[in-house]
Structure formats: C-alpha cells, structure tokens
Design a protein around this ligand. Structure first.
Ligand code: FAD
Length: 290
C-alpha cells in the first residue's frame, strides 16, 4: 500500500519549479514512476509532496540543435528506441533503451528518471558517459548545465538540488562514420547475482585506423567507468583479432582492479571479457577478421 502524500500535477515547467521552490518538507519529482512508486510502496521512500511532470510536454522532445542532440527528460525508453534522430546520431542509446526491462517499463520509464535515479545498473548511463553527455538542471530563476560525469556522485546520489528539475540531456551527435554498440549481461529481475554493461564508440580514419575509442562500463562501480587503458592501446591501430584480445585483457584488468575482493568479483572478472568482446565486435566487425 502507498503511504499518504500530497500530489501535484503542474501544467507548465514554471509552475512545477514554483511548487518545488515553495513546498516545505520532503518532496520528490515524479516522472514515469517506475522507481518512485515501487520505493514508496516498499516503504523505502517517505515524501510529503509528489510533483508529477506528466503534463510537461516541453520535456518530451528529441531535437537536433546545431552539432548537438537534446533529449528531453520525459522521453521514454520506447521513444528512444523508435526515434529516427537516435537511430541516426546515437544508435547505442537506442540499443541501451531496447535492453531495458519489459514493455511496460519501456513505455513508462524516462531518460530523466534513469539519470537521476543514478543506479549503478542504469542502462542509459554508460552510453551517455561515452557520448560525453551534459545535463541541464532548472530551478526557479536559474539553470545550470553539468557534465554527467560530475552530476553522478555514486549509487543513488547526484548533484540535483530538491528544487531542481532535470530538463534535458545534451551531447554531440555522432558523425555518420562513428561505430558504436551497447551490450548488457543479465536481467534486472533475474536471479543472476550481477550484471555488466558496456558502451562502445569508435572513430576511425579513412585507412581504418582507430583515432579515438570511448569504452564505458556499467554496473562494475557505483557509477560508469571509462576503460582508459584499453582506450589508449586501441588508439592509432587497426582492428583485428589480436588487438581485440589485447583490448579485452586490458578492460578485464581495469574491472578486476575496481572490483577488488567484492563478492561478485570472481564472476564479473570472467563475465566482463565476454561482454567486452561482444561489444567491440558488434561496433567494429573487423575486430573478428584476421
Ligand atoms: C520491473 C522493472 C524493471 C526495470 N528494468 C530496468 C532496466 O532493465 N534498466 C534500467 O536502467 N532500469 C530499469 N528499471 C528502473 C527504471 O525503470 C528506470 O530507472 C527508469 O528510467 C526510471 O524512470 P522513471 O521516469 O520511471 O523515474 P521515476 O520513478 O519517476 O523517478 C526516479 C527518480 O528520478 C527522479 N526524477 C525523475 N525525473 C526527474 C527529472 N526530470 N528531474 C528531476 N528528478 C527526476 C525522481 O524524483 C526519482 O528520484 C526497472 C524498473 C522496474 C520496476
């Protein structure tokens, strides 16, 4: 059963920001509710005021503005999956959205909720890290834009202030030649002890040599981590099976160092190799060609 609270459904962003600024006591924003409602009914969350964003259509858009893509906070996983802009300029974000829960969660769950919930297993976070995303936070009388890497502080912790609303995530649209992929191991409600995800973006020159690799791992630390050693060793080289195994080994070493002696470490140390191999091959099939 849900505890009692005051429920508000503002008609505009300005009205929502005024409510958040003026309401006293514990308050929370409600988007799709797929994290908030279960937490309320389990008694893990106590609020006096719940401010729904449901009617704020201005937060539902995906737009291209110059070189950037702007994804509104209320865009759902399903909308990411079916968006031509996402398919054209950040395919890995659509792949990550497609990998989320079941159809009901994909219909309800939003980009803003996934980012603010800041779960280590949040599926949109590794792709957004790799894309170099920023988040726009609005409050009455002001706004700020922060890199996602600064916004996420750790498990369930962010820089969001109680009177702020995350209105959109912004990142550079990927050029046509960029290769990318998202691979996830495990299902949220399965009995598997743990899961890992990986987002890959690779830029190559005309000769096929790798100019830049961005590899972001999810669910191995409280927030996504970049596999920097593997990124460095890929730079300037041509994909092939030997380089693939070098990169996989470097990624596995990075993950092993992060996991330390955690209970899930023995499983994840092995599992990450399969995830990394699959993600790199999916992004750049030449990794598999001698
Ligand atoms: C059965 C089930 C399966 C799931 N499977 C997955 C999965 O596979 N992968 C995955 O990543 N997640 C999964 N989730 C988690 C959840 O669906 C996602 O985290 C989702 O993105 C949350 O979005 P929401 O709109 O429902 O957020 P809500 O529940 O409405 O809100 C979540 C948090 O974000 C805050 N918030 C939301 N929007 C804003 C905003 N615009 N500004 C400021 N604060 C905001 C809320 O106050 C709250 O703290 C699953 C959940 C369930 C119940």
């Amino acid at each position: 059963m849900l505890p009692s609270f005051h429920y508000y459904q503002p008609e505009s962003l300005a009205e929502a920001l005024n409510l958040l600024a003026d309401l006293p006591g514990p308050k929370k924003v409600l988007a799709g509710g797929t994290d908030v409602i279960p937490a309320l009914s389990r008694g893990e969350l106590a609020v006096e005021h719940l401010v729904s964003l449901k009617k704020l259509d201005e937060l539902r858009e995906i737009r291209r503005v110059g070189a950037n893509l702007h994804v509104g906070a209320l865009v759902t996983f399903r909308e990411l999956v079916s968006s031509p802009l996402v398919a054209g300029f950040c395919r890995l974000l659509g792949e990550a959205a497609a990998a989320v829960g079941g159809p009901q969660v994909r219909n309800q769950g939003t980009v803003g909720g996934n980012v603010v919930n800041a779960s280590p297993a949040g599926d949109l976070l590794p792709p957004l890290f790799a894309l170099g995303a920023q988040v726009k936070l609005c409050r009455r009388g002001g706004e700020r834009v922060l890199p996602l890497a600064e916004f996420l502080l750790g498990m369930g912790k962010t820089m969001l202030m109680p009177e702020e609303i995350l209105t959109e995530v912004i990142f550079p649209a990927l050029p046509g030649g960029a290769a990318s992929s998202f691979v996830k191991l495990g299902r949220r409600n399965s009995l598997a002890i743990s899961r890992i995800s990986m987002a890959v973006i690779i830029f190559r020159n005309r000769q096929g040599r790798i100019e830049e690799a961005r590899l972001a791992l999810g669910a191995v630390a409280p927030r996504p981590v970049r596999a920097e050693r593997a990124e460095a060793l890929l730079k300037g080289r041509c994909p092939g099976p030997a380089l693939l195994e070098e990169a996989v080994a470097a990624i596995a070493e990075t993950v092993a160092a992060i996991l330390g002696r955690r209970a899930s470490a023995p499983y994840k140390r092995v599992a990450v190799k399969g995830v990394a191999r699959q993600a790199l091959l999916r992004a750049v099939p030449e990794f598999g060609k001698p």
